[in-house]
Design a protein around this ligand. Structure first.
Ligand code: NAD
Ligand code: USQ
Length: 382
């Protein structure tokens, strides 16, 4: 299949592009490289030294004989996007190309506006470009579990059947996101749902949980193919951050009580979920929603697991409970469904001691690259 991976220079996108290429798909990457620019602006770097995109792709070709087309540009630029789609003629589009950090979106008005314009306008352009020239193409869009927030009832996959005053309907599940970033995903979901309804487009919204890990079969083939691994207070996410903190002897930064519970998945499952979604396309007019995570953990429990794994490697790991910079529930009910991808054949890589060991060892290997000033959170929601 011809698959265009938007955001293919990023953490999930790079691993996915190589995986799909290795599976025999014809892959193109579209990326504005803006994430590398934001890192430079913030003065932070990924733990791992990532090569320039051209060099990455050349090495992939040298190693495997497979080429990946590259289109450098911004999907908020409609002319560029439209031209790229016409040139590549995708059968499926996997859309990772957004500003994805909640703290980044909460820095100030400019960052909130940047996040929502980048994400909502980019996705809206994509919907119009698909309607114009590729109405049969399948859009696989990365959403987030954070669209739902933390309601006091079970979280379904996208829709909930409700009885109200004697009548019954299946409706989009209520959304209570916790940052201007997470809100941008809700706005995207509404726009995509509407476009499917009025134009008959086909789309799958993957409400992904927090991704952890760094190695996939493909990115581990060669140092030049290494994936990014963020640890800073803006782009670093919970489990990856904790492993890197443990490796350098920094106390683990649990915000508040640590009872915040989220869905998590290994990056090796991210790439497989995308393959499952593109191999089983949504029907014309269908807006399908899958919850893409494999396990639920509280942040406090994760910190204890990293502490235990670190201790058994001889690392001295402390856990700190910092004042929470976010506005969120720190103790709550959380029970989300995730059966749709499992029913389509996902075989999860569950979090194990060996994965934690390998992530900790990875972090120890690159610990010299860590800037300790960038670990504590600096962005407050209030
Ligand atoms: P990332 O920042 O590593 O990668 C995103 C890529 O998109 C970057 O390479 C960036 O340059 C590109 N991009 C951003 N805006 C663009 C634009 N307007 N035009 C073209 N390219 C653009 O992020 P990631 O961690 O790989 O996340 C990818 C997607 O998955 C995001 O949509 C994110 O919301 C979602 N997601 C990520 C996680 C996670 O834990 N990392 C969890 C759930 C959902
Ligand atoms: N947290 C800590 N300590 C830290 C970092 C985070 O306690 O050092 C807490 C946060 O307060 C929050 C939870 O851990 O309660 C998750 O935070 P995170 O930074 O790991 O993840 P989040 O901000 O939710 O965003 C990440 C990705 C985003 C994706 C989302 C999936 O950056 O792109 O959409 O995970 S989800 O969380 O399911 O919405």
């Amino acid at each position: 299949m011809k698959v265009l991976v938007i955001g293919g220079d990023g953490y999930c996108g790079w691993a996915t592009a190589l995986y799909l290429s290795n599976q025999g798909h014809e892959v193109g990457i579209l990326d504005s490289l803006v994430r590398r620019h934001w890192d430079n602006e913030l003065g932070v770097q990924t733990l791992t030294p990532i090569a320039p995109i051209g060099q990455r792709l050349q090495r992939w070709k040298d190693l495997t004989g497979k080429s990946i087309d590259l289109f450098v540009g911004d999907i908020t630029n409609y002319e560029f996007l439209h031209k790229t789609l016409r040139k590549f003629e995708p059968q499926a589009i996997v859309h990772f190309g957004e500003q994805r950090s909640a703290p980044f979106s909460m820095v100030d008005r400019e960052h909130a506006v940047l996040t929502q314009v980048n994400n909502v306008v980019g996705t809206l352009n994509l919907l119009y470009a698909m309607r114009q020239d590729f109405p049969d193409c399948h859009l696989v869009k990365l959403g987030t579990m954070g669209e739902y927030g933390t309601p006091n009832i079970d979280i379904e996959e996208g829709y909930i059947t409700i009885e109200h005053n004697g009548r019954k309907d299946t409706l989009p599940y209520p959304k209570q996101p916790g940052s201007f970033y997470h809100l941008s995903k809700v706005h995207d979901s509404h726009n995509i749902h509407f476009a499917c309804k009025i134009w008959g487009l086909r789309a799958t919204d993957l409400n992904q949980g927090i991704v952890y890990g760094v190695l996939t079969d493909e990115t581990g083939m060669d140092e030049m193919l290494i994936n990014r691994l963020d640890y800073d207070g803006i782009f670093g996410t919970a489990l990856n951050r904790f492993c890197i903190q443990a490796a350098i002897g920094h106390p683990l930064t649990v915000y508040g009580k640590g009872g915040q519970t989220r869905g998590f998945l290994d990056i090796r499952d991210t790439v497989r979920c995308i393959e499952i979604a593109i191999s089983n396309p949504a029907a014309p007019g269908e807006f399908r929603v899958f919850n893409q995570f494999t396990e639920l953990f509280s942040i406090g429990d994760l910190a204890m697991m990293v502490k235990k794994a670190g201790n058994s490697m001889g690392l001295n790991v402390e856990v700190d409970h910092l004042a929470n910079p976010r506005v969120e529930l720190e103790e709550h009910y959380f029970n989300a469904k995730n059966t749709k991808l499992l029913d389509l054949g996902l075989e999860p890589h569950l979090l194990s001691d060996s994965l934690l060991d390998s992530l900790l060892n990875f972090a120890v290997k690159y610990q010299q690259r860590v800037d300790k000033q960038e670990i504590l959170p600096k962005v407050s929601w209030k």
